[in-house]
Each structure stands twice: as C-alpha cells, then as structure tokens.
Design a binder for this molecule. Sequence first.
Ligand SMILES: Cc1cc2nc3c(=O)[nH]c(=O)nc-3n(C[C@H](O)[C@H](O)[C@H](O)COP(=O)(O)OP(=O)(O)OC[C@H]3O[C@@H](n4cnc5c(N)ncnc54)[C@H](O)[C@@H]3O)c2cc1C
Ligand code: FES
Length: 507
Amino acid sequence: MADQQSAPAGPDLSKGVSLSDFSGATLLGHVGDQDVVLVRAGADIFAIDAHCSHYHGPLAEGLVEGETIRCPWHHACFDVRTGEATHAPAFNPLGVWKVERDGERIFVREKRDQPKPRVKGPVDAPGRVVIIGGGAAGFAAAEMLRRQDYRGSVVMLSSETSPPVDRPNLSKDYLAGSAPEDWLPLRPDEFYADQGVDLKLKTAVSSIDPRARKVALAGGETIPYDRLLLATGAEPVRLPIPGADQPHVHLLRSLDDCRAIIASADGARRAVVIGASFIGLEVAATLRAREVEVHVVGLEQRPMERVLGAEMGDFVRSLHEARGVIFHLGDTVTDIEGKRARLKSGGVIEADVVVVGVGVKPRLSLAETAGLAIDRGVTVNAYLETSVPGIYAAGDIARWPDPHSRENIRVEHWVVAQRQGQAAARNMLGHRKPFDDVPFFWSQHYDVPINYVGHAEKWDEIAVEGSITAKDCLVRYISGGRVLAVASIYRDLAGLQAEVAMEREVA
Ligand SMILES: Cc1cc2nc3c(=O)[nH]c(=O)nc-3n(C[C@H](O)[C@H](O)[C@H](O)COP(=O)(O)OP(=O)(O)OC[C@H]3O[C@@H](n4cnc5c(N)ncnc54)[C@H](O)[C@@H]3O)c2cc1C
Ligand code: FES
C-alpha cells in the first residue's frame, strides 16, 4: 500500500507544467500535499487523484484507454472525466481536479465538486430486487443498483455474520496480522441503511419458488421478488478424513473462519496446510509472517502447475521454500489424531493448527431445487440471466458464455464476481448489456504479486518474456496460435495491454 505520508510526487502542478513536459499518457505531480495525475485522453487533458480508491495503486503507471484509466494492480477502471469507478474492484470515485490552460502551460490548483457518474438510469424498474448472497457479487450488485438510480426495494440476504468483507484479504494481510480489521468491510455498516439496502445477516435462504416469485428463509418467512440475483458463491471442500472436525482444523471462507485461524495460530509452533494451490499457499505465507513453522501437503507434484504451468509452479515453490515452508508434495493427510496429522507416505506431523484449502464447490442447491438449468454451475446467458426469466446468477456459481475463451466457463475470481454483480444489476434494470469482461485474478505470495488475465484451462505453448525467477515476466498461455491468458509479475502495464488486446479481439 502506498505511503500517504510520503513527500508529494513530481512537479507542483499548481505552478504549472508545459505541454512539452507532458509527452506520455500520464504525468504524476502534486497540488499541495496531494498527489494528482494528469491524463491525456485524445485532445483533452484531465487531472484526477493519483491513487486508486481500491488499495492506492499508482494510477500514473496504469493504462489510459479512451476516457478511462485502469489501475495497474487489480485492474479497476475509472472514468477520467467524472472520476467514477466504472469497473470493480474499486467502488469509490476518484477526486477530479480542474485543469486550466494558459497557452503552452497547464495548471491544476483546485478540486472540482465531485461530478455525477454517467448514469443511464433504469430502463425497466422492477418493484423489488432480492439478492441472495452477501459476498463479492451480491455487494457489487446492490451498490450498482443504487448507483444506477434504482429507487425500488433492494433486499440482500446473507448467511454470514458480518456485512460484505474484502474476502481476498482473509488469506493475505489480515490473516498475516499486517492489516487491521477495519480495512475489511467493503463499506461501513451504515452504508446499507443509508442506501436503502435491507441487509439481513445470519439469514439463510432455504428455497426459491420461481412460479410464485418468492424466496423462503430458513426461519419460515417468505420474501417476494420481481428480480432475483443468486450470488451464493462457493464453499470450501471438506476433507472426509478422521479428525477433520477438531477445533484446530480449519477451512477458510468467511471472516469468522479467518478469526478462528488467527486464534489457533496465536502461540502456535507448527501448522499443516493441506492443499498447495492459491488459498493454501497464501495461508502458508501469512503463517510464516506469524513465525509459525509451516508444512504444506499437496497431492500435486508442483504447486499451481495446473493453472500457471511448470516453471511458474517451480518458482512459487522456491519462493515459499526460501521463507522456510516445508513441502510434502504428491502426498496427502489420511487422518488427524489430536495434533498428529498422518501423511499417506507414512510420516506424522505434529501441528497446533491445520488449515484445509483443497478447493471449493459452488453452492448450487438453491438453483437445483428451483429447477434452474445447471451445468457444473448455474447456466446463465450473456446477460447473466438463468434459464428462468427474471432470475440472474453471478460470481462463483455462474457458468457464462465467455467470448474470449469461446467456452462456457465458471471461475472463482473476486474481480469477476464483482463485475458480474455489476453487470447483472444493470441488466436487471433493463440495460441488456452482455457480460464480456476479460477474466482477471491476482494472488500474493510475500512481496510477489501474480496477476492473471484471460482464461486457459489448457494450452499447447507457454511463452515467457523476461524472467520468472527474476520476478520480471509476462507469461503467455497459447493454444492454436491464440493467446488465451497472460500471467505477469511486476509487468503490470503489459498485463493491462494484454487485457485490452483480448477485449479488442472480440469487439
Ligand atoms: C480467503 C480467500 C481469498 C481469496 N483471494 C482471492 C484473490 O486474491 N483473488 C481472487 O481473484 N479471488 C480470491 N478469492 C476468491 C473470491 O473471494 C471469490 O471468487 C468471490 O468471493 C466470489 O464471490 P461470490 O459473490 O460469488 O461469492 P462469495 O463472496 O462467497 O459470497 C457468497 C455469499 O452467499 C451467501 N450465501 C450462500 N448461500 C446462502 C443461502 N442459502 N442463503 C443466504 N446466503 C447465502 C454466503 O454467506 C456469502 O455471503 C479468495 C477467496 C477466499 C475464500
Ligand atoms: S489498487 Fe487499484 S485496483 Fe486494486
């Protein structure tokens, strides 16, 4: 995260810069103690806050496309004229500054009143929208409904105990102890009441009646809807082994799960992490930050090879080994007797805390029993509408026709879930815009972020530009001559350019 207290960057824009000093698409400067970035969009020059409203990413290093700028870190997109965060994971607008021109010089002296977002308003105004799920997709949908000036009723039902949180942080800074809990809520608690979003926590939906257009709650109450968004996400796979139900053996999905891991890790000497994929390895990194000895047990021969390929897998493994993580690959835990986790290969690891991260499965039971079309996920069309008109699905449960991979895909990515929530909200209001965003995810291992755009389940070639081990690379996953996906480490701009190239391919 950027240091807000550091000295202001670049030239003092209140004293002016000459046009000849501003040759690129962006120029980082400051006004007083505030960092401001000049953005050239065609013939116009705009000035906006220099730090992304998500995690303070450096927008001057982002990509300008038309009248938008994309953040280099997690690809949020902002309208440079209005400051609006048009694409998640950012939601808050950027401050927009007045640009004055005097001949060859540009001056920025004061902030403008925050411009209104370019909102189309509802085409169709359903009386009541019900959202099942208080996670990435559910939150983004509720926020977008209100941003689009939807005045009807919004009810959000969540089985969690807390309002929507920044779930990715639960396996990163918060779990490592380096982020305070007040970073986690996606919005302050009062947001929901202020925006007229009727958020009901600890509320499980037990069934949907598509004919009567009602959902039934576990407590027996029914709630009618005109449009319904299913955003029930995924749940961690439980290991069917003896001892997996002990209090020191954890899954990780919710803030409650995360708090329980932190409590177990407090004073722990040794941990076993079962699963060597994203969640497992991120948890391993956070436990090392807490100075716990960490053993990772995984069935695969190389971590993350299935998603990132062999060389990236070896690199990720070496990163963790350099921090002291001990791998037991090609192995699994067969039972946990008290603190003794027994390996299939014969050994025993005595661990104070065990975290199981062996994958997730989409929560489909509501959709199944309501009779919605299912294909290893809830089948949706390009507008994210299910086989039953008026019912939409978004996030980890949705399998949608992805124009980039040209396949029906389902992914488990934070940004995709949020953007699908945003797209579903617009479509519930009658905008009928296909969801065609290029999938994006990121993963963080110590100080190394891995960004990934596109979707490649298999490939026939991996082309590495730069060096993976030097942490400076762009890795292309190619099939039949087409680049299906690109992973990058510290080549953020190139990753953004790859995203735009994929968008243009289907435009
Ligand atoms: C620890 C962790 C770290 C992650 N890190 C990353 C990352 O770095 N990058 C990345 O791209 N992705 C990451 N992910 C994945 C990402 O969080 C998910 O893809 C995303 O949360 C999916 O959003 P969703 O809205 O579909 O589901 P969720 O965010 O899981 O929300 C589902 C909601 O539905 C509610 N619900 C389910 N069933 C019912 C019911 N019957 N009644 C009422 N409510 C119900 C749940 O309680 C929950 O509130 C991470 C996930 C976890 C768990
Ligand atoms: S910091 Fe900008 S998108 Fe995350």
